[in-house]
Design a protein around this ligand. Sequence first.
Ligand code: DGY
Length: 314
Amino acid sequence: MPKLPRVLADLPVSPAIAEALRSHVELVPWHAADEPGAATIAAIYTYGHPTVDPTLLAKLPGVRVISNFGVGVDHIDVPAATARGIPVGNTPGILDGATADQAFTLLLAAGRRLIEGDRYAKGPDFVRYDPSYLLGREIHHATLGIIGLGRIGAQVARRARAFDMTVLYHNRQRRVDVEQSLGVQYLPREALLTKSDYVVLTVPLTAQTRHLIGRTELAAMKPTAILVNVARGPVVDTDALTEALQLRTIFGAALDVTDPEPLPRDHPLLKLDNVIIAPHLGSATVETRQRMAQVSIENLLAGLAGKALAFRVG
Ligand code: DGY
């Protein structure tokens, strides 16, 4: 039997992906890049977010394709791959709905203090209903500010209409084309931060968006406001956010992503009751993850066969 192409992968991948790839490729662990035989590795499959940089690529001269399980490719040096003629595949357009749902899940849970309530209801102290405990913030008719009106941001805006929210947005480029259909109003970032009751981050991580929300931006937010991050952890300055939450200069935060990810187990953010943290679950539904698996496998096999990728970055 001819040898299967060797694919450097961030193992373990899900059993379904391992099974789907079994007869096509041999998955080899990440450390194989530092072992004899690295030159025979034909592709890279990034399942979590391992770094793919020029140092790694230099060890793997035989790589013909990089396929990423997910849309965000901030962990991959795409220009370096392109310079070597290596196409990079991702899974755009598949996880927008699930990620927008997660943004709203976090927004609702933080606004209505659901996680605190759950802990209290299950704990020993809940012995009597009291109308004065765990008061949250109104969601309906509140003002939502979306930073990043791409595919996910647009879906967040649509969901907000069902809650009769006023929706503001800020984007690198103003999107006059969709303002009317989405019912959104453009504002400069600072004005959006000042006016919003909820600020949702849906930007990709780039050099320009790293620490987009820092001390100054947090200080501009209302003391009653809630920050929701479903983008990437480094879009927010973790130290500045920790300080704002400790001092309660904002009402709360709900984070699907953190910087670093995961946070060290003794990080001060983990001790605060005004922050909800999910372990990067934006696209984590059975249906979306199945589709992401399918597309990332198709991209991988197409690249290995020298064919065009269905979804190529850049
Ligand atoms: C994405 O697609 O970028 C998600 O964050 C999962 O990696």
